[in-house]
Ligand binder design. Structure first.
Ligand SMILES: [Zn+2]
Length: 650
């Protein structure tokens, strides 16, 4: 326990803790966990059922020299008579707390015991009619949400860059806040940055530099606080349609324009399926390579990974995914992280519908099959691990990091549940139900149980349909009625993979006698799509003769393909096969890219062989400095499972 203000006497503190210890008045659908003498919601210390933020005003000064945000978080609150307001903080330095609007005066506060996962509760003494609480603070070098990049880690190499990642419970590490998805807030922000840099947030955004480096932001629609996001850097803007565009470093803006050209069509397709886009503007911000995810659905401003710039628009389904979150996740939000599948399962389902609308069912099915293969492999790992119950859609994450629930179970099993349901009831009825689900719950949060109830009363019962909903939601593994997708194009490349693995030369150029023309070899680079090549590589035996892999590289250059999906798949196969020829490219890849989806399986494969593990640790010492906290901690868990000390901090 760290007591910050010495004049604040101990007995008051005990009183506060006791008053927070009562669970009276907490709503039934929220999980209560006892931590020491205090009582908290799962993953948050806040007492939102007694007093909750309605609107947040941030005054932020972004200091790149000290890699610090100096801030005031002004909470306008709805107080149901509470004399304590509890906020979540993690690795923040709290300087003072005041109450009042305009006429502020200092009040006492206490910072509770530190928990490695949850951070600390910040208890603020207030009056029963207090509505405004202002917290003066600064971030520290332990702030997990913010990634501060030196110029060398950006595309232009001239200016620094900074961005935040709030989901799941990292917002508390850069803003003192009630960090629960169930409390929706609006926010405004005044942000000061160096004059030559542009600031953007998940709000109404500027397109040009302000000569004084001062920016104002408004987010008028209520959002869960994990969606508050900021980015600052040398950033340009290009319009892509009437209500959409893309931000990126100027060096990549043309590539972005090419890659994301279908965005207006995607918005049109999404609106056709589930109703009007509710956030006015939809922009993408392409971040530097350290960004740990493919995309993050920050409202009005999707954060995207530069690995999406494959040059052939083959990875744009990630954009369809982030756009789909404008409905599932952002408009209708999971009430707790145990209901995460409501955010992601719906989004993967919806993403696939958008892809089908734009590129046809054959392409959409290929994408879904690729994801289903990943689900099967991850379910196997989960089953063999410490928490086999994590293959359920409704999760139990009490006292666990919510990130542990971010597996393909929530994403793909969730989507296949909805696909199976759609097949059972028919698309017309299902779409009607989903439209109702989004309309009824717009700007609200939903639990799995709430969804189940709505499904029964609005879709299944009125149409006399029986469905094993409970098995899908609350049982482990995949129910036997799970929809089965097939792709002829995949079967064709898998046959080729079998032929190649059995030693057949598929690169032999045959001469046609009649036309005296040369026939192309069976395997050429432009013959198949990214997804078909993935299916081809995945279908090869998990361990191959390195000479055969070398042959594929000589002809097709998988190791330097320029598409991260293909490269990752290829490197994993290469590592398992002891194919040394990939090492220089692999090293470059690990040094450049910080997206966890790619990096983690590579370090995992390397960790399985003692020599590779030594090599991986050497690479990580340098490469790890360019990763975001999220990726870095995942890699540390893989390379140092016994928690040896590792120095990777920037
Ligand atoms: Zn998502």
């Amino acid at each position: 326990m760290q007591i910050v203000k010495s004049s604040f006497i101990i007995f008051v503190f005990i009183q506060i803790l006791f008053s927070c210890g009562s669970s009276n008045g907490e709503s039934n659908n929220k999980k209560i966990v006892s931590i020491g003498t205090s009582t908290v919601l799962a993953h948050s210390y806040s007492n939102t059922t007694k007093i909750n933020t309605k609107h947040l005003t941030l005054d932020l000064d972004i200091d790149f020299v000290n890699k610090t945000v100096y801030g005031v978080a002004r909470h306008e609150m709805e107080n149901h008579g509470s004399d304590t307001a509890i906020f979540d903080i993690k690795a923040l330095e709290i300087q003072k707390v005041t109450i009042g609007n305009g006429n502020e005066h200092e009040t006492d506060f206490i910072i509770g015991k530190k928990d490695d996962l949850l951070g600390q509760p910040l208890f603020v003494k207030i009056k029963k009619d207090t509505k405004f609480v202002n917290i003066y603070y600064k971030t520290t070098d332990k702030t997990e949400a913010l990634d501060w990049l030196d110029p060398k880690l950006t595309e232009g190499k001239k200016y620094p860059f900074m961005y935040s990642q709030g989901e799941a419970i990292l917002t508390r590490s850069w803003i003192p806040i009630q960090d629960v998805p169930s409390n929706r807030i609006t926010y405004s922000a005044n942000v000061k940055v160096p004059k030559d840099l542009l600031a953007l947030m998940s709000a109404e955004n500027p397109r040009n530099l302000n000569p004084e480096g001062k920016y104002h932001f408004e987010m008028r629609q209520p959002i869960p606080c994990y969606l508050i996001a900021i980015a600052v850097g040398n950033i340009a803007y290009r319009k892509l349609g009437p209500n959409c565009g893309v931000y990126s470093e100027p060096e990549l803006i043309q590539k972005c324009k090419y890659e994301f050209v279908d965005m207006p069509k995607m918005i049109g397709a999404a609106e056709k399926i589930y109703g009007k886009y509710q956030w006015e503007q939809y922009d993408i911000l392409l971040l530097p390579y350290s960004f740990p995810f493919g995309g993050m659905e920050n409202p009005r401003l999707t954060f995207a990974n530069p690995t999406l710039l494959a040059g052939d628009r083959s990875l744009v389904s990630v954009i369809a995914h982030e756009l789909a979150h404008s409905w599932s996740g952002n408009l209708v939000t999971n009430a707790a992280w145990e209901d995460f599948w409501l955010n992601e399962g719906f989004t993967v389902y919806f993403e696939n519908r958008i892809m089908e609308e734009l590129y046809g069912k054959e392409v959409a099915d290929m994408l879904a099959i690729i994801e289903f293969q990943e689900l099967q492999s991850e379910m196997k790992t989960i089953n063999e691990g410490e928490f086999p119950e994590d293959t359920q859609l409704k999760l139990a994450l009490t006292n666990r990091n919510p990130d542990e629930g971010m597996t393909s179970v929530a994403y793909v099993k969730g989507a296949f549940f909805l696909k199976t349901l759609e097949q059972k009831v028919g698309r017309e009825l299902f779409d009607k139900f989903l439209k109702l689900y989004f309309k009824e719950n717009a700007f609200k949060t939903v639990t799995t149980e709430g969804f189940e109830k709505l499904l029964n009363t609005e879709l299944l019962k009125p149409n006399n349909i029986t469905f094993n909903t409970k098995e899908w939601l609350y049982a482990k593994g995949l129910p036997s009625n799970c929809i089965h997708l097939k792709s002829q194009r995949f079967e064709d490349v898998q046959t080729l993979a079998d032929r190649f693995a059995s030693g057949e030369d598929l690169f032999k150029v045959k001469k046609s006698k009649k036309r005296k023309k040369q026939k192309k070899s069976v395997l050429t680079r432009d013959k198949f799509s990214t997804q078909e090549w993935l299916a081809f590589i995945r279908h090869l035996p998990t361990k191959m003769d390195p000479k055969q892999l070398q042959k594929l590289d000589d002809k097709l250059n998988f190791k330097g393909w320029g598409n991260s999906e293909i490269q990752t798949e290829w490197y994993v196969l290469g590592i398992h096969s002891g194919y040394k020829g990939i090492k220089p490219n692999l090293k470059k890849f690990l040094n450049k890219i910080g997206r966890r989806k790619y990096i983690a399986p590579l370090y995992q494969a390397l960790s399985e062989n003692p020599d590779d593990l030594i090599w991986a640790k050497k690479v990580f010492i340098k490469a790890g400095m360019g990763y975001h906290f999220v990726t870095r901690s995942s890699v540390i868990e893989i390379l140092y499972p016994h928690k040896e000390h590792v120095e990777t901090k920037k």
